[in-house]
Ligand binder design. Structure first.
Ligand code: C5P
Length: 228
């Protein structure tokens, strides 16, 4: 790793599902010309690979082995990032509710988190990186100069997901989505390994009543103050 890569600034954006961190991370990376790490996609890919292989998710050793040997790459076309697993574009598959739930289960396995740690750090590159996840500021990039913890109420997050799925023609119940979100929050916040929590030096932003552009402006101000 060169000095430039090792010291490249990282902006971490952590928070619960549906807080808008994925959207903010992507817009921010575009504006700054930084690379983007969607760490949730790595847990989703691990979950999908385990489900495809018929592995029982309680078999922690086998799931960790799958995480350690993932054959994945992220391809960029027309500004859209697609996730490729074993040569197959699985970008849509990894967003399915079943995979979302499985991802939060495999993410609770310490050996899985350990297996994915270096892979995540390898995304650090000049001129900088925007890293989106749950433990980017606490565990993966503790030295990041800008750490954001983005939240929103569970109801608002369920409403956003509902609107997103309806827009795609997927019919779901709002109540089921709210239950799923609460179950994932509970698992993410209460697991022993890298639980979802703001880093001590993170700036906490609540997006319940601010739109995406408002959040983006606040984050850009912080980046301007702390980077360069
Ligand atoms: O962010 P996303 O919803 O795609 O993440 C999928 C799942 O992966 C989350 O529910 C969470 O359990 C897990 N995750 C994690 N640590 C990260 C990113 C995601 O535990 N850094």
């Amino acid at each position: 790793m060169t000095e430039l890569t090792k010291n490249a600034p990282v902006v971490t954006i952590d928070g619960p599902s549906g807080s808008g961190k994925g959207t903010i991370a992507k817009l921010l990376a575009d504006r700054l010309g930084f690379a983007l790490l969607d760490s949730g996609a790595l847990y989703r890919l691990t979950a999908l690979a385990a489900l495809n292989a018929g592995v029982d998710l309680v078999d922690e050793a086998r799931v960790a082995d799958i995480a350690a040997n993932l054959d994945i790459r992220f391809a960029i076309a027309d500004g859209e990032v697609s996730a490729v697993l074993g040569g197959v574009d699985v970008s849509r598959d990894i967003r399915m509710e079943e995979v979302s739930m499985a991802a939060s289960r495999v993410a609770a396995v310490p050996a899985v988190r350990e297996a994915l740690l270096q892979r995540q750090r390898d995304f650090r590159a000049a001129p900088g990186l925007v890293a989106d996840g749950r433990d980017m500021g606490t565990t993966v990039f503790p030295d990041a100069p800008v750490k954001i913890f983005l939240t929103a109420s569970a109801e608002e997050r369920a409403r956003r997901r509902y609107a997103q799925l309806q827009g795609r023609g997927v019919s779901v119940s709002l109540r089921d989505l709210l239950e799923d979100i609460r179950a994932r929050d509970d698992r993410d916040m209460n697991r022993a390994a890298s639980p979802l929590a703001p880093a001590e030096d993170a700036v906490v932003l609540d997006s319940t009543d601010i739109d995406i552009e408002g959040v983006l402006q606040k984050v850009l101000e912080l980046v301007q103050q702390r980077v360069v």
